[in-house]
Design a protein around this ligand. Sequence first.
Ligand code: ING
Length: 316
Amino acid sequence: MTMARMLTVAAAQLGPIARTDSKASVVKRLLALMREAKALGADVVAYPELALTSFFPRWYFEDQAQIDQFFETEMPSPETQALFDEAKRLSIGFHLGYAELVDNAGSKRRFNTAILVNQQAEIIHRYRKIHLPGHDQHEPWRAFQHLEKRYFEVGDLGFGVVNAFGGLMGVCICNDRRWPESYRVMGLQGVEMIFIGYNTPVHNPPAPEHDALSNFHNRLVMQAGAYQNASWVLGVAKAGLEEGVMQIGQSQIIAPSGELVAQCSTLGDELCVARCDLDLCLSYKQTTFNFERHRQPEQYRLIVERRGAQLPLQNT
Ligand code: ING
């Protein structure tokens, strides 16, 4: 009987953050959730994508200075230092999504970023969002904008996996979870737990016929990603009616079997917690998804070589 490698994780779902809410007021909410997570035995607490502010890509801004107010130029920042301090005091790790502004001697770069912080409050992993959804020009026909392609650069750190919290940890962000490649690149590094923060409007202006399936699609892609890569997946939402836009909740924790083990049931600040045995990944990694034994990468070249679909030539 192999020893179980238990990791207790808490998805710390956030309800709406108003445009006028200060980062300090949000950090107070994050601290309350961190303390509750610790009290419930969590080793790690995971906050959503862009957890410090309202989801600002829903608005069109001309003035870069206005946009940059949503970003952090350092991490820990003055407002988040309290979070790092409390994490160290409580000895709990955390995942945090935020807007990262990197100023390299005058050349500014902006990313939709998430970090993993260990129980000694050290940043041990950084991920910058690669699949940026939406559009880059103001499209006033939309009930609300989705300007991630305007405000962020494509991430330049790849999909990394780090040895932490007793296992192999990975991170991706929101729209990344809809693309199987995101999970597979981490799966090919042996990932055992993937943290995914998200801000997902129920309504998608280009395809309103999808709206009723928002929660289904959210669960579908994360359960598939978990099972097909023999990994735990923790999805954590910024939820509820935020500045007039309804965003899905249903933060959830999914086992390597693909089974749902815990889920939030409100659209506010809410924890869902699960005791995860990282060794549950092994039976899948050693059999059904033994990549080394079963995959045929030479047959998959189109996945890397081709961006958009190209139809087959007639009568070839
Ligand atoms: N949000 C959404 C997401 O991928 C979206 C954008 C919604 C794309 C619905 C397609 C359909 O969950 C972010 N922040 O990526």
